[in-house]
Design a protein around this ligand. Structure first.
Ligand SMILES: Cc1ncc(COP(=O)(O)O)c(C=O)c1O
Length: 395
């Protein structure tokens, strides 16, 4: 490997949410990576820093060109340009504005749970009602419960889709997306596709941009995209809303102006251009490293703790573990993830994400962020096993 994913800076004391919120624990929770950002991006940022003036800036054409080239060549998504993009300060800002633009208070917004926890406040903050379509867990992985999906779609105004899906680790296939699109079209449901995890997919599981579905579906949708997750620049905060329909685009533009999140960070512009223009080789090696991390976790737990089901990771660097086997005799499932998470923090100094924060469907699961050096991940898994055993047999 040309790039180094083994030695990482010490993030303790750097005001990192992941490392400094629960000091003294090994943090495998918040979705950022412990790896240093690609040198190509760091150098671009350094050059910009060296200019020494950081005033307000226009967004240049080559920002849109870099994004357009990247998605066309890597993902077969042609046609991204300044004419169909609204830049904003992050993906949460993007989908929240999109909800605002496409709903009126009291409308129902459908989510496929367990899903990214910051979907929930965005629905509430826009005075909408959350409608859960729980994914069907078949004991191994998640599939869509189509009957329930159809039923909920009949009642919903918007679907907030996570493509690929955090925390289930699913990379929706084109066939699945077409089914989702068909049902949404039948019921007049507008689709907001959050594609922040789109670069992080593993062999056999290709990301399908929502915008590459047939035009009739794309016209009634927006896609929220950003390089921040894949290139580990989440703190820089930059994202884009794509809308094929100019009238929808105008609504997005209005909403991000209403929400006052239309002026982006100048370093975000620099970082995005460097990521999309020069970041490909780094990203490919990162994906390979993460793929091996995921296999390491799966093999390790299969050998050492087969009671825990590790869901196959098709995409994202967030693994989803069914920990219900740790339940003590007679212990209710409700509240288990939180109790178990607290136990892991107190007894083995390990912080994971509690599955229940992703909706009731996540109760009994824990989410593990594997984007760190392999030795650190193995340390985490050893702690996890010790924590699991001590929880199971505690008095
Ligand atoms: C699905 C999803 N959307 C959005 C975000 C956050 O995006 P941003 O930091 O650009 O607001 C995350 C972060 O983990 C995420 O997993």
């Amino acid at each position: 490997m040309t790039y180094d994913f083994e030695s990482c800076p010490d993030r303790r004391g750097s005001e990192s949410v992941k490392w400094d919120l629960y000091p003294g624990t090994l943090p495998l929770w918040v979705a950022d990576m412990d790896f240093k950002v690609a040198p190509e991006i760091r150098h671009a940022l350094q050059r910009r820093l060296d200019h020494g003036v950081f005033g307000y800036e226009l967004i240049p054409d080559d920002y849109f060109q870099a994004m357009g080239r990247w998605f066309a060549t890597r993902h077969g998504w042609e046609g991204i340009s300044r004419e169909n993009i609204v830049p904003t300060t992050g993906v949460i800002a993007a989908y929240s504005a999109a909800i605002k633009a496409m709903t009126v208070p009291g409308d129902k917004v459908m989510v496929m749970t367990p899903c990214y926890n910051a979907f929930f406040p965005a629905i509430r903050n826009n005075k909408c009602i959350q409608l859960d379509n729980p994914l069907h867990y078949d004991g191994k992985s998640y599939i869509v419960d189509w009957d329930d999906f159809e039923k909920k779609a009949a009642d919903a105004r918007v679907l907030l889709l996570c493509n690929p899906h955090n925390p289930a680790g699913r990379v929706w296939t084109r066939e699945e997306l077409l089914l989702i699109a068909g049902i949404c079209q039948r019921h007049g449901v507008f689709v907001i596709s959050d594609e922040i995890h789109c670069e992080l997919t593993y062999p056999g599981h290709d990301y399908t941009p929502w915008a590459t579905l047939p035009q009739e579906y794309v016209l009634n949708s927006v896609s929220c995209i950003s390089p921040t997750k894949a290139f580990n620049i989440a703190g820089i905060q930059i994202a884009n809303i794509f809308a094929k329909d100019p009238q929808i685009l105008a609504k997005m533009d209005r909403a991000i102006n209403d929400n006052e999140c239309c002026d982006v960070n100048i370093f975000g512009v620099t970082a995005l251009k460097a990521a999309y223009n020069e970041g490909g080789p780094w990203l490919d090696q990162l994906r390979e490293y993460l793929f091996h991390n995921a296999r390491t976790v799966a093999c390790f737990l299969e050998d050492e703790l087969p009671q825990v089901t590790v869901l196959p990771l098709e995409g994202t660097y967030l693994m989803w573990l069914n920990c219900r086997a740790a339940l003590q005799d007679g212990e209710p499932l409700e509240g288990f993830s939180e109790r178990f998470g607290k136990h892991l923090q107190e007894k083995v100094k390990l912080t994971l994400s509690n599955g229940s924060i992703y909706g009731a469907a996540g109760e009994g699961f824990m989410r593990v962020n594997i984007a760190c050096p392999r030795s650190r991940l193995l340390d985490g898994m050893q702690r996890f096993i010790a924590g699991f055993e001590s929880y199971r047999f505690q008095k």
